[in-house]
Design a protein around this ligand. Structure first.
Ligand SMILES: NC(=O)c1ccc[n+]([C@@H]2O[C@H](COP(=O)([O-])OP(=O)(O)OC[C@H]3O[C@@H](n4cnc5c(N)ncnc54)[C@H](O)[C@@H]3O)[C@@H](O)[C@H]2O)c1
Ligand SMILES: [Zn+2]
Length: 1662
């Protein structure tokens, strides 16, 4: 078969005709050399060889002398690059190919596009033959002459038009094509039909089974082969025609881009995991939705298109299961998608070009149309914002509308017509997921054919009289309840037939469907002869239904108290049973009688009359027979859906008329207007077929008090969202009779209560319904955290959109999540709400973090914490401490039990025995856990793990599922999505210590067993039952302070919160602009080697410490854990730890070559997650492993990463052998005549892709340099290749190892690994220290020297130059710090300006007397918030503002210095939770201002300022009261006149003691003269006389010359205290000076100041 394109019949279509192909090639293109280029997949499948053989033998037969060359390149998009093109060209030149060569592209679109491009430029263009082997290539890429290669900036950006001489389409190739690739091509086929030809589309709709059967080889015969060829021809003809009319794409050809504008944008993110056609499939649905929204296309067509795509296994949304499976860690934020569309060559500004359908087979324009961003955003967004309209809304206007058809009636009508005899036209059908699911199931089961008429308004079905059959594979029913119930009975009717291969049908659904009950129906059917078995959970889908005798008929008993759908299901199938059926409903109450009546009435319309027994009302008689299809059947509107626009009228004061539902309706919910809205005070008019409601314009909705909604259950959601708007004294509404709503799409009663409460509506659940109260003033507010969560339930979504419309305050915009769930019954709901009801609806996409869909909702950050562990490990102590610090409730389970049983535990045990005690303990645990899911710290008894039940309870509490998930079993890992409690195992590194202590304690029950034996049995249980493990390391003497500090940090980390609800932040990751470093600790045993080494020395300038586990002397888990916790103790948690096990293969010591050792590797990693490591190194790729181990590695790594919680994952890859390259290298072998491979797999780009897709937070790629050029390649990779691949901006560490790679260590910016001179050995070859790196950077011009200064007067004795210059020197920075001393401020400023303009200015410290005046000097362009509040600046920083201009920025680090030092002391003080703090500031200069600000930040309730000149103190206090106090009414600043009043403690503060935080800013030289020693003495005496109300005082002296000032000396006398527990602590000014200088240092240089070195130098200076 031939098709003409651009005037030549150059497209040939056929099946298995290689002979003719080669013959025609040799005839049409005479050539000296024929070059076949293909990929290794096709080569492996022998396609290349057989083609080559045919061609060679034909040439021989012709006695011609032409050569045949073959080149095989690796498959997939990744090779479609300029580099590959260049290599192919080099190879062609090497082979002496000339102008008369002919290229033959045998392969998919990748080969076709790239070889086409080669042909178009080689020797200014040579002929090319296309032999497409994928469906996509056949119908699309091979036709039309577009050729291209990709660049990192995007796909197909470089290319040309070059028409092939011939295109040979041979469908035989499709038989080896993977299924997914086939579907991928079908997307283009469907696309073409969709824009061009409705008949063609219909053909595709009806033949999907045969087409797919040909492709997967299950049914290859003449018929299927012809059908496939017809489908391909249909598509190719259109494309050929369009290309002929518009070759260079100026208009018409643009139509072929339907689905591509949006599809391409998704593809940019989702490639390569998701294929082009799959993205286009999603794009088509979205673009059709846009056409719908703009009013060009009817909603029904979107459903039709989606269904057709689905039947070819194509995804229709990015939420699709398949997409989530192949690209689990990728997301497509709407703004990102729009951004990508912005750079598409075809778009313009804020408008995008999109092909708008106007029907199936028709488009709105003969080209793509412009669509605004706003509309696209709306359609793409997963959530919507609903803006409440003005009240009253559209008065004097009648809003009328049609509501979609009833789902119940649609489904029934479809089923009846399919089972019936003859044609039937159904109109008004609902186009929803449910109906689609039903339609495609019926197609499979009955083989009905159907077609759409009137633009999809009418469906013509040809029923086949109940002639049912089995079918291959499963029938997937999604979450469609009706379909699954109805079809279960239908499938039971199938009788076995000899000819069929398959003897059963499997019905399955989504996760929720697999929980919904179906047992009563199945029981009834099985009792009547059906053979049904459950394949999953008992009583739910999936079901396997065996074809045997069919239903026997006779009497069927059915328990009908859960769902009327069971009843309808049996009723409708009953006529086809072997004998007439008598259906008897058993059970208490039969629910939803209206639905049963509806079924009976509809069956009557289809010719079967059910008789309800006149005496026994619950008995129905159904005759045998076949449904007779009426020629036409009109489906009425969905009465439940109609409640939304009607309720809208009620809450907005508008008038709404629903045109297709009235009192004659079969549906119970049709009574909503009369039974609910009229009672609430709306005007309701109802005719046979219409309903009109007018809401009160004065907002006076009346409460209904109490209503039985049993006959209109689905409308209860609508009723409960208008109930809060009722107004009267007693306006609570009780809705009952709706128990069945608990087992719908979700537990709807619970859902409504949960979501309404989030708006501040008072409501509660009852067993049979709920009670909703309207609150005074109707002061409802949108939920603050996230939006309305809809539980994937259409009714929840629609009712809340109505609730929001009732909010009176227009500014209260509410987000409704999961907007798509309305598709189930009203796909056009959001369009109707906007376009018909007139409400502003805006699309929003929440950031991935706030997109709450995947986590259990509502997110509770405050999950309770359970502490388990051996007796005496410290659980109670730890629990009390945590409760106090985190302000939570503490529950000691033992204590609770004693109170509960009113009996001490030893007594319980001695009188009733251990078993009884354990039972009671378990019961109490269950009770406590159910009552305290949040905000509690629960300490358990040591033996809690002794019973299986308690263990199971603890395990499931901490997210360890019992489903035999061998992976998580093996790894002992908590599923972070299932974690309900944090269960922390408190463990001692030295158990003996605990036992010694226990044996002394007589108050505890005696152990009969040897303690060590007990520990050995329980150890594993504790591990099993916990999600985290905290190890208390043995010290010579117990130091609980340190343990507490470590524990608190630990808990804050694992719960993801600090106590003030801020998420834990990570140094290094926060500010990617600043250089950052980490050091690898290469010790074998910290306890032995590190303790005396002062670990601080290693930390200078670092952001992270790497703990190299593989270098430790033992791999024992207990040993490793102890090392980690020792390290933390030493580090005081100042620097986070990176936990790394480096394998031999990647340059470490750990041998992971056996399966066991590999599993141990992952076991240790997962344990480190339990220890809450901040960063974890994971080797996701490792090439030298056997195939088997490789897959273990991949899946284990995946498990670890998806349960990482707050740990950041660093995915690392080390190529120690230099076999990977940063940029593509030519590697086609020039010698080989046959073929060779370009090894893409050996490129870092390839590795990067893999690691990026793993869900890691940081990527680390390490190569090995063999020459200096490798470093430049690396730089090219980082600067040009990565930015194009790295959509989510994952930070990257990229380095070359070895001496020749040292340069790369200077080029890397983020987390560069460094060594230290005191380390036993460097962790990697070529590693440098920070100073070496900086010195090199200076030499190669990457770091320019800057000058820093101190401005002030007099400053000659200042320590600042020493501090900063030491810092510069230690880190190897080429900077210098000097004094800029002058009494003349202008002179000072001039110097700064000159340095700034000449680009060597680094920054300045500011001191007396300029801290305040610098603010008004005009020198600074911007200042920080703190500076504005304080009114003083001590740091000047040159930097770039947002626009990129260089500016001078004013900062204040004084207050930080003060705050940090107070915090340090407070951390080690005995602070009680309700302690009160009073701040005292002595002095009133710039420093005093910073002090006042710091005290305010430290939560002082009162701040007293004293100064010799009272007016100055008063000025500050006034200013601060004004600025700071806006939001905080309890805080006051007071200026104090009389020193005697400074330490007054107004005794009425009886709930906690007072602590004074004192800051003196008086210079050391002036301290002799003041009377402050007396004042301090008075503090001491007050404290002693009022010791019950005063906790103590802390003095920070800002003066540091001399180091021990008079005040400090005197305060020391106070703190050398007697026996009293009053705490007096002090801090030298030098400490504050240092702390604030470290801050300055960081601000100026971006480097962490080397604190250890600076402190040592400064102290030795004296
Ligand atoms: N020029 C155009 O107008 C145009 C139009 C659409 C798409 N494209 C381009 O086409 C490319 C995609 O083409 P594709 O989908 O054919 O991908 P592809 O060429 O990568 O082929 C897909 C996979 O199937 C394998 N394969 C090919 N034929 C096979 C067979 N008969 N049996 C078994 N395996 C087989 C390939 O080795 C490859 O792994 C993209 O680069 C896209 O940009 C171009
Ligand atoms: Zn395409």
């Amino acid at each position: 078969m031939r098709i003409s394109i651009l005037g030549t019949e150059s497209i040939v279509v056929g099946y298995d005709y290689t002979k003719e192909i080669t013959k025609e090639i040799l005839e049409t293109v005479k050539s000296s050399t024929y070059i076949i280029i293909s990929d290794s997949n096709l080569n492996r499948l022998n396609h290349v060889k057989s083609f080559e053989n045919q061609l060679t033998s034909d040439i021989a037969n012709l006695n011609a002398s032409s050569r045949v060359l073959t080149l095989i390149i690796p498959p997939t998009e990744i090779v479609k690059t300029r580099e590959t093109k260049e290599q192919i060209e080099n190879w062609l030149l090497d082979k002496k190919c000339t102008r008369d060569s002919c290229l033959i592209a045998l392969g998919g679109g990748v080969i076709g596009d790239m070889i086409g491009f080669v042909a178009s430029t080689f020797m200014r263009g040579i002929p090319i033959i296309q032999i497409p082997t994928t469906l996509l290539a056949m119908v699309d890429s091979s036709v039309g002459g577009k050729t291209a290669v990709d660049t990192p900036h995007g796909k197909n950006l470089i290319g040309s038009f070059h028409q092939p001489s011939r295109i040979f389409i041979d469908t035989k190739y499709l038989r080896t094509l993977p299924k997914r690739e086939f579907s991928n091509g079908m997307a283009e086929v469907i696309k073409t039909a969709c824009i061009w030809d409705e008949k063609e589309f219909e053909f595709l709709e009806n033949n999907y089974e045969k087409i797919l059967a040909f492709s997967d080889g299950s049914l290859v015969n003449d018929e299927t082969s012809q059908i496939l060829v017809k489908a391909i021809l249909g598509s190719v003809k259109v494309k050929a025609h369009v290309v002929t009319v518009d070759e260079k794409e100026s208009g018409l050809r643009g139509l072929l881009n339907f689905g591509h504008s949006i599809g391409h944008a998704f593809e940019a993110i989702l490639t390569p995991q998701v294929l082009h056609g799959e993205c286009v499939s999603i794009g088509m649905v979205k673009e059709a939705e846009i056409a719908c929204h703009l009013g060009h296309l009817k909603e029904v067509n979107v459903g039709r298109l989606s269904r057709c795509l689905k039947s070819y296994d194509l995804p229709i949304s990015i939420e699709d299961k398949m997409i989530k499976n192949v690209a689990p860690h990728k997301s497509c934020p709407v703004e990102k998608v729009l951004d990508i569309m912005r750079i598409d060559k075809k778009n313009q500004g804020n408008e995008k070009r999109i092909v708008l359908l106007s029907g199936i087979g028709k488009t709105f324009e003969q080209k793509a149309s412009f669509v605004s961003d706003e509309v696209i955003r709306k359609i793409l967004s997963p959530a919507v914002i609903v803006v409440p309209p003005e009240f009253p809304h559209r008065v004097n206007q009648l809003i009328s509308l049609n509501v979609p058809g009833s789902k119940s009636i649609s489904n029934r009508a479809l089923l009846l017509a399919a089972l019936g005899d003859g044609p039937c036209r159904l109109s008004g059908l609902l186009h929803s997921d449910d109906v689609q699911v039903m339609l495609s199931a019926l197609q499979k089961l009955i083989g009905i054919t159907f077609c759409w008429e009137d633009d999809g308004e009418t469906l013509l079905i040809h029923g086949n009289g109940g002639n049912l059959r089995t079918c291959e594979g499963e029938i997937y029913l999604g979450n469609a309840g009706t379909a699954s119930r109805f079809l279960t009975s239908v499938c039971s009717l199938i009788k076995v037939r000899g000819s069929e291969q398959c003897s059963d049908v499997i019905l399955t659904g989504n996760a929720r469907m697999k929980q919904r009950p179906i047992a009563p129906l199945v029981d009834a059917l099985v009792a009547n002869g059906a053979k049904i078995s459950y394949l999953g959970n008992e009583g739910a889908l999936p079901l396997q239904i065996k074809a045997e005798t069919g239903l026997l008929g006779g009497t069927i008993n059915l328990s009908a108290s859960i769902s009327s759908q069971y009843v309808s299901s049996i009723l409708m199938s009953a006529p086809y049973a072997v004998n007439p059926v008598t259906l008897i409903l058993t059970g208490n109450a039969v629910i939803s009688q209206p639905y049963i009546d509806m079924t009976i009435s509809m069956m009557k319309s289809f010719g079967i009359e059910v008789v309800r027994d006149s005496e026994k009302l619950n008995t129905y008689h159904i005759p045998k027979g076949v449904y007779r299809n009426p020629a036409e059947y009109l489906i009425e509107a969905d009465a439940s859906s109609a409640t939304y626009p009607l309720a809208f009228a009620a809450v907005t004061g508008s008038t709404v008329k629903v045109m297709n539902i009235g009192f004659k309706s079969l549906q119970g919910d049709a009574e909503f207007a009369v039974k609910v809205l009229r009672v609430m005070g709306c005007r309701v008019e109802q005719t046979e077929t219409t309903t009109t409601v007018q809401g009160p314009v004065n907002q006076n909705l009346k409460p209904i008090k109490s209503i039985d909604m049993e006959t209109l259950t689905d409308a209860f959601l609508t009723a409960s969202v208008i109930a809060p708007y009722a107004s009267s004294d007693d306006s609570s509404t009780r809705i009952f009779g709706i128990e069945n709503q608990r087992v719908k799409e979700c537990d709807r009663i619970a859902a409504m209560v949960e979501q309404l409460s989030r708006f501040g509506v008072k409501c509660k659940e009852n067993p049979d319904g709920l009670t909703v109260e309207a609150i005074d003033g109707k002061n409802y507010h949108p939920p603050t955290n996230g939006g309305v969560f809809c539980y994937d339930d259409h009714r929840v979504a629609m009712s809340f959109s109505i609730f929001v419309c009732g909010l009176r305050d227009k500014s209260k915009k509410t987000i409704i999540l999961e907007k798509k769930c309305v598709d189930k019954t009203w796909p056009g709901w959001w369009n109707t709400l906007e376009n018909v009801l007139g409400v502003n609806v805006i699309g929003v996409d929440l950031l991935p973090e706030t997109n709450l869909k995947s986590v259990d909702y509502p997110v509770k950050f405050n999950k309770s914490i359970i502490l388990i562990g051996m007796r005496g490990a410290g659980k109670t102590h730890a629990g009390k401490f945590l409760a106090k610090s985190l302000k939570r409730k503490f529950i000691d389970l033992d204590e609770y039990l004693e109170n509960y049983l009113k009996c001490p535990i030893p007594f319980i045990i001695s009188s009733k025995g251990w078993e009884y005690f354990r039972q009671q303990e378990l019961a109490v645990l269950q009770k406590v856990l159910s009552e305290h899911q949040h905000d509690a710290i629960i300490a358990t008894g040591g033996g809690i793990v002794e019973t299986v039940e308690a263990r199971e309870l603890l395990k499931s509490s901490c997210g360890k599922t019992d489903q035999h998930n061998s992976k998580s079993e093996l790894l002992d890992i908590s599923d972070s999505k299932l974690l309900k409690f944090h269960v922390i195992h408190i463990k001692r590194s030295d158990m003996q210590q605990v036992f010694d202590y226990l044996s002394e304690d007589k108050s505890r029950p005696a152990f009969t067993n040897d303690l060590m034996k007990v520990w050995n049995t329980r150890k594993e249980w504790y591990e099993d039952c916990s999600s985290s493990e905290f190890i208390i390391v043995k010290e010579e003497h117990e130091n609980w302070r340190q343990v507490e500090r470590d524990l608190l940090e630990f808990v804050k980390f694992i719960t993801g919160l600090s106590d003030n609800s801020e998420v834990v932040s990570f140094p290094g990751l926060n500010n990617l602009k600043d250089p950052s470093f980490f050091l690898s600790l290469t010790f074998k045993n910290f306890e032995k080697e590190l303790k005396n080494l002062q670990i601080e020395r290693f930390c200078d300038g670092l952001n992270l410490l790497e703990l190299r586990i593989d270098l430790l002397e033992s791999m024992d888990l207990d040993f490793i854990g102890k090392q980690l916790f020792i390290l933390r103790r030493l580090l005081k948690r100042k620097i986070p730890v990176l936990f790394t096990i480096r394998t031999i293969n990647q340059g470490g010591k750990y041998d992971d070559q056996t399966k066991e050792s590999l599993l141990t590797y992952f076991k240790i990693l997962s344990r480190s997650l339990k220890w809450g490591v901040e960063y974890l190194d994971v080797e996701i790729l490792n090439y030298n492993l056997s195939e088997n181990c490789h897959s273990i590695r991949t899946s284990m790594a995946e498990t670890i990463i998806s349960n990482k919680n707050n740990t950041k994952i660093l995915a690392s890859f080390h190529d120690c052998h230099g076999s990977f390259h940063w940029v593509a290298k030519s590697s086609i072998s020039h010698k080989s005549d046959r073929f060779s491979l370009i090894e893409v797999e050996n490129s870092f780009g390839f590795v990067f892709e893999k690691l990026r897709n793993s869900g890691a937070d940081i990527i680390k790629l390490i190569g090995t340099a063999s020459s200096i050029n490798d470093n430049f390649d690396l730089k090219r990779f980082v600067d040009f290749i990565v930015p194009c691949m790295n959509h989510s901006n994952i930070p990257l560490i990229a380095l070359n190892m070895g001496m020749r790679g040292q340069l790369s260590r200077c080029l890397n910016h983020f987390l560069t690994p460094v060594t230290h001179k005191d380390m036993p050995f460097a962790a990697a070859p070529g590693q440098l220290s920070i100073s070496e790196i900086n010195e090199t950077k200076k030499l190669i011009g990457l770091l320019s020297p800057k000058r820093f200064s101190l401005i002030g007067y007099p400053i000659s004795r200042s320590l600042s130059p020493l501090i900063h210059n030491t810092g510069f020197q230690v880190l190897g920075l080429p900077h210098h710090y000097e004094l800029n001393e002058s009494k003349d401020f202008n002179e000072v400023v001039e110097k700064i300006k000159i340095a700034f303009i000449n680009d060597y200015y680094g920054g300045s410290s500011v001191t007396i007397p300029y801290k305040e005046s610098v603010l008004n000097s005009g020198l600074l362009n911007e200042t920080s918030e703190a500076v504005k509040l304080i009114g003083a600046c001590n740091t000047i920083i040159p930097k770039k503002n947002e626009k990129g201009d260089s500016i001078l920025y004013g900062e204040n680090t004084d207050w930080k210095g003060i705050t940090v030092n107070f915090e340090k002391i407070l951390e080690n003080s005995n602070v009680s939770a309700n302690e009160k703090r009073i701040g005292i500031v002595i002095g009133a200069g710039g420093t005093a201002r910073a002090a006042a600000y710091s005290l305010y930040k430290l939560n002082c309730t009162e701040i007293r300022i004293y100064n010799r000149t009272f007016e100055k103190a008063e000025l500050i206090s006034k200013e601060f009261n004004l600025k700071v106090n806006e939001n905080n009414s309890s805080l006051r600043f007071h200026a104090i006149k009389n020193t005697a009043e400074l330490f007054k403690n107004d005794g009425n503060h009886n709930d906690g003691k007072t602590r004074f935080l004192i800051v003196s800013t008086i210079p050391g030289s002036a301290q002799e003269e003041t009377n402050f020693k007396n004042v301090f003495a008075s503090l001491k005496s007050t404290a002693e006389s009022e010791s019950s109300s005063i906790a103590g005082g802390i003095l920070i002296d800002m003066a540091y010359l001399p180091k021990q000032t008079e005040y400090l000396k005197f305060f020391k006398i106070l703190s050398d205290k007697d026996s009293s527990d009053i705490e007096f602590e002090k801090c030298e000014g030098l400490e504050v000076l240092l702390t604030q200088a470290y801050e300055q240092f960081f601000h100026w240089t971006g480097f962490q100041a080397p604190e250890f070195a600076i402190r040592n130098t400064v102290l030795n200076n004296e």
